[in-house]
Design a protein around this ligand. Structure first.
Ligand code: NAP
Length: 264
C-alpha cells in the first residue's frame, strides 16, 4: 500500500481525492491536512464510518506523525509552494493539482526535486479527456494557427486564466509560434473585453455558479471554424488521473509537469 496524505482535505477537490484514495486497493489514506482546525475524522468527509485518520492543521507535524510517501495538494495558489517545500524537505513526493503556480514556482520545485532526489508530479488538469483536448489542440494549431480559448469554471475559483487554459496556450504556441491575431487596430471599448493575451492568442475566463471545469478551443480558418471542447461535469473526472499519479510519482524521474507525461 502506498501511504498518502491529502492537503486541502476540507476542500471540494480534497474530499473527492480522499474518497478516491480510500477506495483504491493500492493506496491508503494515512493523513489529512487543512488550514481549518475542524479535527474531523476523514470518514465524515467521504460518507463512510470513521477511518481513524483525523484532519490536522499543521502539515509538517502531520507528516512527521503519519509518515506518508505521497502528499496530494489541492489547496490554493498562495499556499501550494510552501506545502511542497515542507513535503520535499520531509522526503514526501508531492502530487499537485493546485493551479495558479507561476513558471518561477515550478522551476523552484524542479530544482528542489533535483537536489533532494524526491519526485513530484504537477498537473494543471488531471482529467484524461482534458489532456486529449490539449493534445488535439496542439495538433490542430499546425494546420489552423488562429485560435482563441474560452474556459468556464465555478465562481469560487481564485486564479484566471485556468492552469489548463495556460497549458493549452503553451502547447499551441509550440505548434505555431507567436502569432498576433485579430485586427492590428482593434479597440476595446471596455478594457479586457478581448480577454487576456498569450503569444498573440486570446484567452477568455468565465466564472459562474453551476460550472465545474470546461474549456473550448476555437480555431478559425478560411470560411470555417473548428471547436474542440471538454467538459468536466463532476469532480470525479479528475480522480483516475490523481490515483494514477499517486502510484507513479514514486518511480518517475524528478519533477514531471503535465498528466500527459505519465500516461502510457
Ligand atoms: P477549495 O474548495 O477552496 O479547497 C481548498 C482547500 O484547501 C480549502 O479547504 C482551503 O481552506 C484549504 N487550504 C488553503 N490553504 C491551505 C493550506 N496552507 N494548507 C492546507 N489547506 C489549505 O478549492 P478546490 O475547488 O478544491 O480547488 C483546489 C485547487 O485545485 C484550486 O487551485 C483549483 O484550481 C485546483 N483544481 C485542479 C484540478 C486539476 O485537475 N489539477 C481540478 C480541479 C481544481 P480555505 O477555504 O480556508 O482557504
Amino acid at each position: 500500500m502506498i501511504r498518502v496524505l491529502v492537503c486541502g482535505a476540507y476542500g471540494k477537490m480534497g474530499r473527492e481525492v480522499l474518497k478516491a484514495v480510500h477506495q483504491d486497493e493500492q493506496l491508503s489514506v494515512v493523513g489529512a491536512v487543512d488550514i481549518h482546525s475542524g479535527f474531523a475524522d476523514v470518514g465524515s468527509l467521504i460518507g463512510t464510518e470513521k477511518i481513524g485518520v483525523i484532519v490536522g492543521n499543521d502539515l509538517d507535524t502531520v507528516i512527521k506523525e503519519t509518515k506518508p510517501q505521497v502528499m496530494v495538494d489541492f489547496t490554493n495558489p498562495g499556499a501550494v509552494l510552501n506545502n511542497l517545500k515542507i513535503a520535499i524537505r520531509n522526503g514526501v513526493c508531492p502530487v499537485v493539482g493546485t493551479t495558479g503556480m507561476s513558471a518561477a514556482d515550478i522551476a523552484a520545485v524542479e530544482s528542489l526535486c533535483r537536489t533532494s532526489g524526491v519526485n513530484a508530479i504537477i498537473a494543471p488538469n488531471f482529467s484524461i479527456g482534458a489532456v486529449l483536448m490539449m493534445r488535439l489542440s496542439q495538433e490542430a494549431a499546425k494546420i489552423l494557427p488562429h485560435a482563441e480559448i474560452i474556459e468556464m469554471h465555478h465562481d469560487q475559483k481564485l486564479d484566471s486564466p485556468s492552469g489548463t487554459a495556460l497549458r493549452t496556450a503553451e502547447l499551441i504556441e509550440k505548434s505555431r509560434g507567436y502569432l498576433k491575431q485579430g485586427h492590428p487596430q482593434e479597440v476595446e471599448k471596455i478594457p479586457g473585453s478581448r480577454g487576456g493575451e498569450l503569444s498573440g492568442m486570446r484567452i477568455h475566463s468565465i466564472r459562474l455558479p453551476g460550472y465545474v471545469a470546461h474549456q473550448e478551443v476555437i480555431f478559425g480558418g478560411l470560411g470555417q471554424t473548428l471547436s474542440i471542447r471538454h467538459d468536466s461535469i463532476s469532480r470525479e473526472s479528475f480522480m483516475p488521473g490523481v490515483v494514477l499519479a499517486c502510484k507513479k510519482v514514486l518511480t518517475v524521474n524528478g519533477c514531471v509537469y503535465g498528466l500527459e507525461n505519465i500516461l502510457d
